[in-house]
Design a protein around this ligand. Structure first.
Ligand SMILES: [Cu+2]
Length: 154
């Protein structure tokens, strides 16, 4: 192997290691999915697991997608046997921990959808974390009845 090629190889290797190190501290988004819309509804929600491998806590501050005019972070709570949604300023992810967004709980609320979401499609979601910055996620759209969830009312 030539000396030049050896240098090029070790450079590529160190780049790879740097990328791996960065990947270890950025939050990992696992099992993302969004619910298909019913009829001509313009609202839906996206769910996922946010995993934070960093040694410090992080917070999801904001989400956006070209597919929706408005995106909010929501939670759901039981209030006299009625599920109610409310907006939250941020979603915490503990250091070395994970936070699950799921039907009936925390979710990314998609509003003013530009077109209906159909199962099998994908939408591009941009998540902004307080510490880790911006993370892009491809979110597959699953059938409207993928898991039982209370109806959203806005
Ligand atoms: Cu909601």
């Amino acid at each position: 192997m030539s000396r030049l090629r050896t240098i090029a190889l070790s450079f590529a290797l160190s780049l790879g290691l740097a990328a791996a190190a960065a990947a270890q501290t950025a939050p990992a988004v696992e099992q993302p999915w969004a619910r298909a819309t019913i009829g001509n509804s313009t609202v839906s929600a996206a769910y996922m697991i946010l995993r934070n491998p960093a040694g410090q806590p992080d917070r999801l501050l904001e989400a956006s997608t070209p597919a929706a005019g408005r995106v909010e972070l929501h939670t759901m709570t039981m209030d006299n046997n009625v599920m109610r949604m409310r907006r939250v300023d941020a979603i915490d992810v503990a250091a070395g921990g994970a936070t699950q967004l799921r039907p009936g709980g925390l979710h990314v609320m998609l509003m003013d959808l530009r077109q209906p979401l159909r199962a099998g499609e994908q939408l591009q979601l941009t998540l902004r974390f307080e510490r880790a910055g911006t993370v892009q996620v491809a979110v597959p759209v699953a059938a409207a009845n993928a898991t039982a969830a209370p109806a959203h009312r806005h």
